[in-house]
Design a protein around this ligand. Structure first.
Ligand SMILES: [Zn+2]
Length: 330
């Protein structure tokens, strides 16, 4: 990897300035949606802390920077979670005991614990184990936690960390990033940028035909069917997700973003900044419902996002979601 981070100037400047003033941050959380580059920002921060040039940002050339880029630096440890994203206590305890030992290569040791929010069962327990390290970190350690939102963090943690938000970039920056890919034709790149907006991870997934691409296709078909008041097409759009809980979840999340965008457009007018994968559908939806009804629709969609996380019967969920949406849009 290289250390170029698109956008997010505020976060980079904050970290760089702290390092230049020899006030290295020891506990950092990075929050933001999937695909916004939280892990990349965590590695950028690790390299900035360990770079031999000491300029407050990674030079990309020194030994420490190169080892971090290769993922082989002995003093930069990324915690591994189980298959479903849950950290076990035994994944985290060794970090706390290892933190007292001095670094081998660099001047600091950096522990990165990604996606804490995916650790549904043990997130609180894990934070309690880390609390002492975060309260009284040795001079030579830094801990970086990432999560989709700040909500997963305990107050006792939040009050002791530097909090960085991974933010969307501009469409031009997404396009510039995609241009770096070989064999990307401009038309596909343009389509990916339009769907993924400022979320570079989503743009890449769209190009690769991954979960985001399939979820976006479903969510757009669903929005168009709902706006056209075609009940049968609503069911057909949702039925495409019948084989995969992950796809149903992605589709519901992306549809909820379209509804949220429609609310934004309703409140803020034409200049509203939208994030979803179908701005045109959001604009059409914004003229359809009152604020109150849009909020109720948003709540309805979110209840199916949550249902897809739980162990609901997928076919039943799809059928009742289709029926409820059909009623909404008639
Ligand atoms: Zn360097």
């Amino acid at each position: 990897m290289n250390f170029k981070i698109y956008g997010n100037e505020g976060s980079k400047t904050l970290i760089s300035n702290m390092i230049r003033r020899s006030r290295e941050p020891h506990s950092i959380i990075i929050h933001g949606d999937k695909g916004l580059g939280k892990k990349k920002l965590a590695l950028w921060t690790a390299a900035a802390l360990l770079c031999e040039e000491g300029g407050g940002e990674p030079c990309g050339r020194c030994k420490n920077c190169r080892l971090i880029a290769e993922g082989t630096h002995p003093d930069v440890v990324t915690a591994k979670s189980g298959e479903k994203g849950n950290y076990m206590v035994d994944d985290i305890r060794p970090i706390v005991s290892d933190a007292v030992i001095l670094p081998t290569e660099g001047r600091m040791k950096v522990y990165i614990i990604p996606d804490l929010d995916r650790s549904v069962v043990t997130a609180v327990q894990i934070q309690n184990i880390l609390l002492k390290l975060i309260e009284e970190p040795p001079d030579h350690t830094a801990v970086i936690l990432t999560a989709a939102s700040r909500e997963v963090f305990l107050e006792t943690i939040l009050s002791r960390v530097i909090s960085l938000a991974a933010l969307p970039v501009t469409d031009a920056q997404s396009a510039e990033y995609l241009e770096l890919y070989e064999n990307t034709d401009p038309a596909s790149a343009g389509e990916a940028v339009k769907a993924g907006r400022g979320n570079i991870g989503r743009c890449i997934d769209y190009l690769a035909g991954g979960l985001f691409k399939n979820g976006a296709d479903c969510a757009r078909a669903l929005a168009r069917a709902a706006l056209g008041r075609r009940e049968y097409d609503i069911l057909m759009a949702l039925s495409q997700t019948d084989s995969s809980r992950a796809l149903f979840h992605e589709c519901a999340v992306l549809f909820s973003e379209i509804v949220r965008d429609s609310m934004r457009i309703r409140l803020e007018g034409r200049t509203a900044v939208t994030v979803g994968c179908d701005e045109e559908a959001a604009r059409r939806m914004s003229t359809l419902f009152s604020e109150e009804k849009t909020l109720a629709l948003y709540d309805l969609v979110c209840s199916y996002v949550r249902a897809s996380d739980a162990s609901c019967n997928l076919t039943l969920a799809i059928n009742s979601f289709a029926a409820e949406l059909g009623e909404y849009f008639t």
